[in-house]
Ligand binder design. Sequence first.
Ligand code: HEC
Length: 437
Amino acid sequence: MPSLGLNGRLIPVILGALAIGGTARSGDIEAEPINYAKAPVDNAVSRLEQRLAAGKATLTHEPGFGYLRSLLRELNVPQSSQMLVFSKTSLQRHRIAPTRPRAVYFGDDVYVGFCQRGDVVEVTAIDPGLGAVFYTLDQKSPDKPRFTRQTDTCTICHGSSANQGLPGNLVRSVYPDGDGLPILSAGSHRIDHTSPLEQRWGGWYVTGTSGKQKHLGNLTLQGNPDPNRIDNAKGTNVTDLSDRCKTSGYLTPHSDIVALMVLEHQAEMHNLIGRATLLTRLALYEEASINKALDRPADYRSDTTLSRIKSAGEPLVKYMLFSGEARLTERVRGTSDFAKEFNKRGPRDRRDRSLHDLDLDHRLFVHPCSYLIYSQAFDAMPTPMKEYVYRRLWEVLSGQDTSEDFRHLTAADRRAILEILRETKSNLPDSWRADTH
Ligand code: HEC
């Protein structure tokens, strides 16, 4: 593989300080039944590789962007999802600076990272059996597009302890200095849709408006800043980045605030689905051998297994129903076509409602149930995990479970989500269909 310019000394320092190193569980996934690095894959990139090999797709290399534009097209990733991150926190950090940010794009099942003059395009594909699977696409081979499946090169950071050492997406907010290096003494935040806006987007450019709601985007700092005393008036409600970086070096001039918020929801949702998949596969595999040793029926479920399923499944249920979501106190609006295009993506019910409908005045979505329920990765979760998730979703949506975790869902919210799912989601349990009101 091409040289990635990894700085061996800096990585452990940065990772240690950001607490994103540590592969606590990765040993488990390299053995049966997962064999993460060697198992056959079936994801957006492996399918593109097959189409390329069969001559059914082509990738075109162009000056400045290499394969980026045609890669996004072939992976069905909208250019409007572009976000720009200027902190030196990822693989090709020597290519990244506030004047030359890295661009990140995403679609429903794939994430793409691009650095100007980068050696590779970085791609994360969500694989139904394995969770996040990593690839590089060699930018220095203009005649023949070449993907390489990557493991340790990426999992050194993407096998984060925040994700229990399992391969996954990473979204962070740091306190960057003028060169884009994170100021480690100030700390950093792991970001998902529960993170308060005022913690978000440190190290990222953000285009869009959020009124008086503060955030850390578009900001560089000096010395030893006190995170509690940061004034980012100049970095909020920014709609044009041209005085901060040369936007002509990117496919669009945007780093859309709505794209960022949807990414933050989706990246963690994919992590939770991947985690639920891998941990259930491990639990079922271990149980099968114990059942055999103890002469129990093959489908016997011990309390240990049930509690392993619950402990990976319950966080997924809570997250997919937006428990603990950061509330918006004012409207948020982006600058690109992202919101418009995203709204069009999902299936709609007869009343024209969709899980893709963005709210952006009070919360992210009008109907707070993750659209990733339609994804292949969700449907491919092992059966006992899916049964757990569907049972819990039913308890909440039917109004039986009104516990604190789900208080944010009104009776009308629950009914609307249920009605939308009944009309638009395939493979729902039969019990969901039988009961009509
Ligand atoms: C030095 C740590 C590090 C390494 C090594 C690394 N990444 Fe990342 N990656 C990050 C961080 C941190 C982010 C969050 C955005 C940012 O700060 O740039 C990220 C974000 C991404 C994203 C956007 C989706 C997401 O997870 O937020 C993709 C795609 C990605 N990385 C792919 C890769 C691939 C492929 C590899 C291996 C070839 C890799 N990365 C190696 C740290 C790393």
